[in-house]
Design a protein around this ligand. Structure first.
Ligand SMILES: [Zn+2]
Length: 104
């Protein structure tokens, strides 16, 4: 199974690309595509056509996917975009911040 270094609920920062500097919570990940959806980041405008008579079409903003390799995890403890390592503790894998050593 393919896993990404970030998961749903993580706060991440975009480090390169069009949405560079964008920061937000991961709302969805797709390991297969290597993409993540981040709340409020990489907003794309979608034109919506009215489906039924009487409905008005419009422009809807929605988050577009960002390549996972372009995002870094924001450490909940030191609040910085950091590199993370993985530590094996018995049967569980724990991620840790390479800056302040906090586990999460
Ligand atoms: Zn940290």
């Amino acid at each position: 199974m393919n896993t990404l270094h970030v998961k749903t609920g993580d706060t991440v920062q975009v480090i390169s690309g069009r949405s560079k500097g964008g920061k937000g919570k991961v709302v969805a990940v797709s390991p297969k595509e290597g993409q993540v959806i981040i709340e409020g980041v990489n907003l794309v405008t979608k034109h919506v056509k009215p489906k039924r008579q009487g409905e008005t079409g419009g422009i809807v903003k929605a988050e577009g996917p960002v390549r996972a390799c372009k995002v870094m995890l924001v450490c909940p403890k030191c609040g910085k975009a950091v590199r993370t390592g993985v530590r094996i503790d018995g049967d569980t894998k724990k991620r840790y911040c390479k800056k302040c050593n906090a586990e999460f």
